[in-house]
Design a protein around this ligand. Structure first.
Ligand code: ADP
Ligand code: MG
Length: 694
């Protein structure tokens, strides 16, 4: 249960003075649905309204606050015209313009003459110093009413700064003081204020310096955010390791049989990784391991060998994939590999329903079925195993920490193997994974030829299509990716659909298939199957193929609007080709003109085939949130902290979280109880509950 002290922060937004049902809807648009969200919606910037003693045209355009002498007023000559208030700033003539009707009383009060304080954005208009619709115009004796500095919030249409400011103040006035979760020594050393003080100050900046990221107030709030996240990570790890692991040590028979049926041998790196994993499983320690390998490095086979090691002991293993397509592909290729050995593999997605699903459940429950491949559907509470010993999560950045916790809860002491093709820069790895063990697949299967990458303007698309035609005629296949880029998914789908129709008309009806996220699953499968079987040569897709599909005969990858992708994503897409022995190509189509940074990014991709290097470059150029792809990244979206900039705060929060949980594993001390409040405050409910239930 949420601690009572936080109740005022989690009541409906309409409980805040100034928020009605209508504006609550607008707040929702910017991600604000309770007073807590307002408190964490910090000003993005601010406006300095200190009075300029000598305003000069050099300051324009810009916000200017000045004492002025009003000298007169010109009414518009026709309806809808401009009102002008004439002024002198010292001896410089100036004016205020209004493009809408202004009331009689306003004119009487402000336009007749006298000394005023005006503040707002000004510019030179026809050579005259001009404020159009200033934010403030008040008589000199009321000048104190104009704040010298005002915060500016991220807003949305219909929600003005005035509303945001007053609502923030109202929310703050109901914000409780919370017990301190930060180590008192650290608090003193950094001179950080209390949490309540920090949010108060953060919303009432008095200068731009107060809004700087290295300001102590912001720093404290960034620390809180990262500290909560690190606590969750450490808890997740503790939870998975708290009960002793179980030694899972197969006799190797299924593994040797599987290898004997393969047409190739394991690469050195695969062999090493399989050893690391099976040794880890054989120990009585619980495994928490990340398998990191560039796209095409052969992670699936490593996963299969690990699963077989479990099956050899009579235990069960599950492989989780982020999409239906990928799950089915894994199930299919694993089945092909294991059928000769007489080992069954089941599949469970949200589509598997009815009698077949019931039968599958029984086989899992009885332990008759040893190996399962599935999607999120496996998380459901109704899915129970007789003896789940290993859970593998493919493309794991698509799953959050909490989902991993849920999976681990399905067995006695489930060993976890997380697989990722996104080589993750160190700073990110630390945030996301805490201190997991890592196996690195740093060698690609032999015989691969590097993929040639070309950066081409969309204007030359027809040439690219000709190229496709030739490749198709030679029996090769191609992907054509139409990204989801605009705000509206529908527009994007329409674009993909149009491209599909065009390619079909040029290359032949049967040759082209379309797959997109909104498609009913059976149609999606049918299209994928046509492509996998080679019946269709071109697969047009929105980014759903980004992860994992494996069609070795595909040699061309075309990505439209490549400038909108992150480098790591493009590298992933490119990794879909170059899997066979034939020369492969990646064509990055951009919409010209390509910005300088776009040129640099796509150029980097053309030059480098090193996923790790690309991820580092990406992080530098785009920032952490984007490196792993937006919402699906599973990476926490920090509101205040910035992973690159706040690296030292991150490291600090990490070691503090560990120390606290070593000293006070159940968070029972005063500081520990405060930390639980922090977890709730930061909406890490699940980890707060883990602590509560042990
Ligand atoms: P990823 O690491 O991207 O998941 P996959 O597991 O899909 O890579 O493997 C990519 C391709 O390489 C597959 O077609 C797979 O059959 C093949 N492959 C995997 N291991 C080897 C190997 N040791 N030798 C040759 N081909 C391999
Ligand atoms: Mg894969």
């Amino acid at each position: 249960m949420r601690p009572e002290v936080l109740f005022p922060l989690f009541t409906p937004l309409t409980s805040v003075r100034g928020v009605g049902p209508k504006s609550a809807q607008l707040f929702k648009k910017i991600g604000i649905s309770c007073p807590r969200d307002i408190v964490f919606h910090l000003p993005a910037t601010g406006i300095d309204r200190r009075i300029s003693e000598n305003p000069s045209p050099q300051m324009l355009p810009g916000v200017v606050t000045a004492l002025v002498q009003v000298t007169g007023h010109t009414e518009p000559r026709r309806k809808g015209g401009v009102h002008r208030v004439h002024l002198m700033i010292g001896n410089i003539p100036a004016q205020i313009t209004y493009f809408r009707p202004i009331g009689r009383s306003f004119i009487a009060q402000h336009c007749a003459g006298g000394r005023f304080l005006v503040s707002g954005r000004a510019e030179l208009f026809d050579g005259v110093f001009t404020w159009a619709h200033p934010d403030y115009l008040v008589a000199e004796d009321k000048a104190a009413a104009v704040p010298t500095f005002e915060p500016v919030y991220g807003a949305t249409a219909g929600l003005g700064q005035k509303t945001l400011r007053s609502v923030a103040q109202n929310a703050l006035s109901a914000t409780p003081d919370l017990p301190e979760w930060i180590d008192p020594n650290l608090l003193r050393k950094r001179a950080w204020p209390s949490w309540q003080k920090a949010v108060q100050v953060a919303h009432n900046p008095t200068s731009l310096a107060d809004l700087a990221a290295d300001n102590i107030v912001r720093e404290r709030l960034a620390y809180d955010e990262v500290f909560a996240h690190q606590l969750t990570l450490v808890l997740a790890r503790q939870k998975s390791r708290s009960r002793p692991g179980r030694a899972t040590c197969g006799d190797g028979q299924l593994r040797s049989a599987a290898l004997a049926h393969l047409s190739f041998t394991l690469t050195g790196a695969q062999d090493r990784c399989v050893k690391e994993i099976t040794q880890d499983m054989a120990s009585d320690r619980r495994m928490m391991r990340l398998l990191q390998g560039d796209v095409g490095a052969g992670k699936t086979l490593v996963a299969v060998m690990s699963m077989l090691a479990v099956a050899e002991t009579g235990g069960q293993a599950v492989l989780m994939a982020p999409t239906e397509i990928l799950a089915r592909q894994h199930a299919h290729s694993i089945a092909t590999m294991l059928t000769p050995l007489g080992v069954d593999v089941g599949i469970l997605t949200s589509r598997d329903k009815g009698a077949a699903r019931t039968a599958l459940m029984h086989r899992l429950q009885s332990g008759d079925l040893k190996l399962l491949v599935g999607t999120h559907a496996v998380f459901q509470d109704t899915v129970t195993f007789a003896d789940l010993r290993l859970a593998i999560v493919d493309e794991q950045h698509r799953f959050g920490v909490e989902e991993r916790m849920r999976l681990a809860a399905k067995g006695e002491a489930v060993d976890m193997l997380l697989m990722t093709a996104t080589p993750i820069p160190r700073s990110l790895a630390m945030t996301q994974y805490g201190d997991m063990d890592v196996s690195i697949l740093d060698e690609k299967p032999p015989g691969r030829r590097p993929v040639q990458t070309a950066v081409i303007s969309l204007d030359r698309m027809e040439q690219v299509i000709e190229r496709l035609r030739t490749a198709l005629a030679a029996g090769q296949q191609a992907y054509w990716v139409c990204p989801l880029v605009s705000e509206s998914e529908l527009t994007d789908l329409a674009a993909a659909q149009a491209r599909f129709e065009h390619l079909r008309s040029v290359l032949g009806e049967e040759s082209v298939v379309l797959v997109h996220g909104q498609m009913p699953a059976p149609e999606k499968d049918a299209a994928m199957r046509r492509f996998q079987d080679g019946r269709s040569g071109v697969l047009v897709a929105t980014t759903v193929i980004e992860v994992g599909v494996d069609v070795p005969n595909a040699t061309i990858m075309v990505v439209e609007r490549a400038e909108n992708f992150g480098l790591s994503q493009l590298h992933q897409l490119r990794g879909r080709v170059g899997r066979g022995a034939k020369a492969s190509f990646c064509v990055l189509l951009y919409q010209s003109p390509l910005s300088a940074s776009g040129q640099r990014r796509l150029g980097t991709l053309r030059e480098s085939d090193d996923g790790f290097h690309l991820a580092e470059v990406d992080l530098k150029m785009r920032g952490a949130g984007d490196v792993l792809g937006h919402a699906q990244s599973g990476l926490p979206r920090f509101q205040i902290a910035d992973l690159e900039r706040d690296g030292d705060v991150l490291a600090l929060a990490r070691s503090d979280a560990k120390t606290l949980l070593v000293q006070d594993p159940k968070l029972e001390s005063a500081r520990g109880r405060a930390a639980i409040i922090l977890l709730w405050l930061m909406q890490h409910e699940r980890s707060a509950q883990v602590i509560a239930t042990g």
